[in-house]
Ligand binder design. Structure first.
Ligand code: OAD
Ligand code: ZN
Length: 257
């Protein structure tokens, strides 16, 4: 190997070991922990991320202005529903990975709040009991009234048709926050409180490009950032302890003695 490259790798390994020790030290003192997750935590379950070219980068193939905006939905409801039906089906078919399981196991030693941007429910399926969904639970809701539920509860409920609200008959939409929309108030407040009260926030697998969620970890006293891409740590919190690698591997080093 090129000797200069070798020196850089040695430096990176030493830094990672040092950061692992610091992160373990922080966790050793922490009672309240927030785990803030993005699409990267589910990449190892086989769900494509939005922006990482190594793990699917859905927004490189599908236009978010169509698939993640009210305007896109109003103009193409069949197309958008078809896409979400396939996505929800995929999310139900896959299983939580070791990363999700290790996050659930954190509850044995700490008071944990998981704040997730994901809509796949894999944290709950892995056993986490306190999960806050910032971008929606991924069910179905009415575009006109307050009704929320599942696809099965709608009229014309079977894909590929567009579902309608069982209460008022209006078109129903995926219960997901789209670009330009406010985050739902209750999860937002819950997440902010958990973030402020936590001794440490572990950020896992998010590019930190979507506000206001991305700024949330900077409220925590201490931040540990886990990501396969070194360049994505920086957007989250300037003082984060950074650990570069796959969530399942880093979490198992961090959480096992
Ligand atoms: P992104 O796709 O923007 O980022 C995924 C991140 O995960 C990247 O930083 C990757 O480097 C990292 N990653 C990939 N595999 C990993 C692994 N095995 N372990 C650790 N890290 C890994 O996804 P998000 O940041 O979640 O919004 O995107 C935020 C929001 O943008 C989403 O919630 C979605 C999207 O538009 C809505 O749908 C409302
Ligand atoms: Zn309705």
């Amino acid at each position: 190997m090129n000797p200069i490259r070798e020196r850089f790798l040695e430096r990176d390994t030493a830094e990672q070991e040092h950061n692992t020790k610091m992160a373990k030290g922080l966790l050793g003192h922490a009672q309240k922990v927030v785990v803030f997750t993005g699409a990267g935590i589910s990449a190892e379950s086989g769900i494509a991320t939005f922006r990482d070219p190594d793990t699917g980068a859905m927004w490189g193939k599908f236009d978010p202005e169509i698939f993640s905006s009210m305007r896109g939905f109003e103009e193409n409801p069949e197309l958008v529903w078809d896409w979400y039906d396939a996505l929800f089906k995929k999310m139900t078919a896959v299983s939580p990975n070791r990363g999700h399981e290790l996050i659930a196991e954190l509850e044995k030693k700490h008071e944990v709040t998981v704040v997730t941007q994901n809509i796949d429910n894999l944290h709950e399926r892995a056993g986490s009991t306190n999960v806050v969904h910032l971008h929606g639970p991924g069910g179905v809701r009415c575009t006109a009234c307050e009704w929320k539920g599942t696809r099965e509860q709608t009229t014309d409920s079977s894909p590929p048709t567009v579902p309608f609200c069982p209460e008022c008959g209006s078109c129903a939409r995926p219960d997901v926050v789209w670009f330009g929309e406010m985050l739902p108030a209750e999860p937002w407040e819950k997440a902010m409180t958990a973030m402020r009260e936590a001794y440490v926030c572990i950020v896992v697998g998010t590019s930190g490009q979507v506000e206001p969620a991305a700024s949330m970890p900077s409220l925590a006293r201490q931040v540990i950032s886990i990501n396969t891409r070194a360049e994505d740590h920086a957007r989250l919190a300037f003082n984060a302890i950074t650990l570069t690698g796959k969530a399942s591997e880093i979490l198992s080093t961090l959480l096992n003695d």
